[in-house]
Design a protein around this ligand. Structure first.
Ligand code: ZN
Length: 214
């Protein structure tokens, strides 16, 4: 079993802080709900040994922040089983330092174990505002047929190597325009991104449709 979503590999500086305002989380929650309905985010005994899977995030101001200090809101760790999230299920990542494998976060809950992967995507381009990480057996198994850029299977998620691998794909493949990659070493794992939630979400939906073509 290659999947170990619940195992936290990264180092974290976490500080408890009040929840964000619910109004600021509505769009995140709406798109997360869609991914839950598609079973790309969730938690069930039948999949991945019962660990929660998938997560969604969006950037916070200031847009001009340096690559390792691009703040974003992300779902908290092991919230996959909750259908509709409340403000206390979200946390702000204030910095990601891939070389030290260090994530800095503040909020009412610890961040998802894949925050570093989200941070690696935001570090690619300050115009990227949304990242969606879903688990889709359909897209993942058809990634090669669909020409979806894929991280090398030997690169574990949530590590400095994954950050470097994402940057490599961004520079060497059509990831920049495709806005979707598969995680070769992370069963069913796919990541989309965009300037808006619609852009990131539609990339996932279109890939799912394409993967269902027979
Ligand atoms: Zn995952």
């Amino acid at each position: 079993m290659s999947h170990d979503e619940g195992v936290i590999k990264f180092k974290m500086e976490y500080r408890e802080a009040p929840a964000l305002d619910a109004a600021a989380l509505r769009e995140l929650n709406a798109w997360r709900r869609i991914l839950v309905l598609l079973e790309m985010i969730g938690q069930t005994p039948e999949r991945y040994a019962g660990y929660g899977f998938g997560n969604i995030s969006c950037r916070l101001l200031p847009w001009s922040a340096p690559a390792e200090q691009r703040r974003f809101v992300i779902t908290g760790t092991q919230t996959g089983h909750v259908a509709n999230l409340a403000p206390e299920h979200f946390v702000v990542v204030t910095a990601c330092h891939p070389v030290q494998n260090l994530t800095v976060a503040e909020g009412p809950i610890q961040p998802s174990s894949e925050s570093m992967t989200h941070g690696a995507v935001y570090a690619l381009d300050s115009r990227i505002r949304w990242v969606m990480h879903g688990h889709s057996p359909e897209i993942w198994r058809n990634a090669a047929r669909l020409g979806i850029p894929t991280t090398r299977a030997a690169v574990p998620y949530g590590t400095p190597e994954m950050s470097a691998e994402v940057a490599r794909l961004y520079n060497e493949s059509d990831l920049r325009t495709r806005r979707l990659f598969a995680m070769g070493g992370h069963e069913d794992g796919v990541v989309s991104f965009g300037r808006t939630a619609e852009q990131a979400g539609q990339v996932l939906l279109a890939a799912l449709a394409n993967s269902l073509y027979v």
